[in-house]
Design a protein around this ligand. Structure first.
Ligand code: F6P
Length: 533
């Protein structure tokens, strides 16, 4: 489905005019002063996730024009085509159906029977691994990208819901420094290795899987087939590796959307089948919201449109995600693959070069740690970076004092970004640590904050499996929405291929030292690195 390119629509032209008239100079402080109802006007409640969008540089007219843009760009038709299983991943000729993985049994969704057959088998296996009689104390997931980041992010995020009887390890990098410290902690007879790879050909994963199997045998491990399982669409390749227990999935599940499939096996072992079903249920609730909520109340849609507004009109190039929950420490990394691998594209569906920006750089760290590192730049740096705060009302620990400090800091950061501090205000303050030899006005200029820096705050009641499922699905659909406006294929990833091919060429050269035909820099570096390690 090819629609009018977004920058050729009437809405885009109207947005460009609106930006010049009301967007460029938009001031959040004035907006709140003008409108006592602003918080309520830009607050949205989606399943499990409340969002305050009021500290963003937009007004009702901006939102209306962005919704017009979505209509003109065919976002709703594209969304419906995704849910219906049409091959919207045009460059690979595939459907995009991660939503089908979390639809309840019996739902009228594509592949429902197949999905639940594998899900039931996978969850039955997960519960059997949790059975103390099985003797498994360590589960090692070997995978990379989408076959790693989801489980690696979710297991610590839901720590309060995770079995205490099993330790979970994640090995991804083709670097012995990753697998070696994990192997050191294991006993072969008490370990289950999950080889997770959609294709079962990924160099890193295959190399690590072989290292793990060699280690297992060298430690006199018995019954490889009971200690290695695979989660993959390539069941035959897993069998060739010697794995008898395989949980499959399908080519219509993109790697970065595969957490909900058999790739979620470590999560299912960690949470148990009931917990994994809750994760799916939360994501499904968000799917229904994205599919059914009217545009004016549709949170993923509005987030995606805000991303377009910031990227293409304000020309902000990055977005920071700051979860105020230590369990979500890998969430920014997870989102990097989700968003940047999906929307980091430079051509439209027809392969024509795009004259506008697409995916921003997504980055972040949990608060309050980030406050003591990069928040300086967010407050006083020369670039404006919209920030997303994720706050969780009820912690899963009993340290209420700590939690209130955490929440107070999260709120304060979003407040400070918006309010800023004028030079005059700074002049009124004492600055005991400022140099006594500097005059007060100079110190005040250093201590002033421009403010008017935008942020979104998400509030979850608690970080439960259901809430996390909804939160992840929220981000998936928001990435979909901006990608649909830009008219790109958000579900392919051709950009990862060139490096893979070149690494294949360089591998034997590292042994031989042969630099013939290489560019000068690569040849020079090869000369430094080649030879025995
Ligand atoms: O980095 C490219 C990529 O294809 C990702 O999209 C994917 O998640 C990752 O590699 C792992 O692929 P596989 O699951 O096939 O091993």
């Amino acid at each position: 489905m090819i629609t009018t390119r977004c920058d050729r629509t009437l809405a885009w032209t109207a947005l460009a005019g609106h930006f010049v008239a009301h967007g460029r100079e938009f001031d959040l402080r004035e907006a709140f002063a003008r409108d006592a109802q602003r918080f309520g006007r830009f607050a949205l409640q989606a399943p499990e996730v409340f969002a305050d969008l009021s500290k963003n540089r937009w007004d009702l007219a901006t939102r209306k024009l962005l919704l017009d843009l979505a209509r003109e760009c065919g976002v709703f038709e594209r969304r419906d085509a995704m849910f219906a299983g049409e091959p919207i991943n045009v460059t690979e000729g595939r459907a995009v159906l991660h939503t089908a993985l979390r639809a309840p049994k019996g739902a009228a969704t594509p592949f429902n029977a197949e999905v639940h057959e594998v899900l039931d088998a996978m969850l039955g296996f997960a519960d059997s691994v949790r059975d103390p009689g099985r003797g498994i104390t360590d589960v090692v997931n070997i995978g990379i990208g989408g076959s790693d980041l989801g489980p690696q992010m979710v297991v610590p995020a839901l720590d309060a819901h995770v079995t205490r009887d099993i330790r979970f390890h994640f090995v991804s990098n083709v670097d012995g420094h990753d697998i070696e410290p994990v192997l050191r902690q294991l006993h072969p007879q008490h370990t289950l290795f999950v080889v997770a790879s959609k294709t079962f050909t990924t160099q890193e994963t295959m190399a690590n899987a072989h290292v793990a199997r060699d280690w297992f045998l060298s430690q006199r491990g018995q019954h490889v087939e009971r200690h290695f399982v695979a989660t993959t669409t390539n069941v035959e390749a897993a069998a060739r590796f010697g794995i008898e227990t395989t949980f499959g999935f399908w080519d219509w599940v993109g790697g970065r959307y595969s957490l909900w499939s058999a790739i979620g096996l470590p999560v299912a072992i960690a949470l148990g089948s009931a917990g994994f079903r809750e994760l799916l249920a939360g994501a499904h609730a968000m799917d229904r919201h994205f599919a059914d909520a009217t545009p004016e109340f549709n949170l993923p849609l509005q987030l995606g449109l805000l991303d377009v507004w910031y990227r293409n009109f304000h020309r902000f190039t990055s977005r920071c995600v700051a979860p105020y929950h230590q369990g979500l420490r890998r969430f920014p990394a997870y989102l990097q693959q989700l968003e940047m691998e999906s929307n980091g594209k430079g051509v439209d569906l027809a392969g024509e070069a795009l004259p506008f920006g697409t995916s921003p750089v997504v980055w972040g760290e949990p608060g309050t740690n980030g406050q003591h590192a990069f928040f300086q730049m967010l407050h006083q740096g020369s670039d404006v970076v919209p920030v997303e705060f994720i706050l969780v009302k009820t912690p899963s620990h009993g340290h209420a004092g700590l939690h209130h400090k955490l929440l107070a800091n999260g709120l304060a950061q979003s407040q400070a970004l918006m309010l800023g501090k004028t030079v005059e205000q700074a002049m009124q303050e004492r600055a005991p640590t400022a140099s006594p030899t500097l005059d007060a006005a100079t110190v005040a200029r250093h201590r002033s904050f421009p403010g008017n820096r935008p942020s979104t705050t998400f509030v979850l009641d608690a970080l439960t499996p259901r809430a996390l499922g909804a939160l992840i699905a929220l981000y998936e659909h928001r990435v979909f929405a901006s990608g649909a406006v830009w008219g790109i294929d958000s579900f392919d990833q051709w950009g990862v291929e060139l490096g893979k091919a070149l690494a294949g060429d360089l591998l034997p050269r590292l042994e031989s030292g042969d630099a013939s035909g290489l560019d000068g820099s690569t040849a020079g570096l090869l000369a430094k690195l080649a030879g025995p390690t």
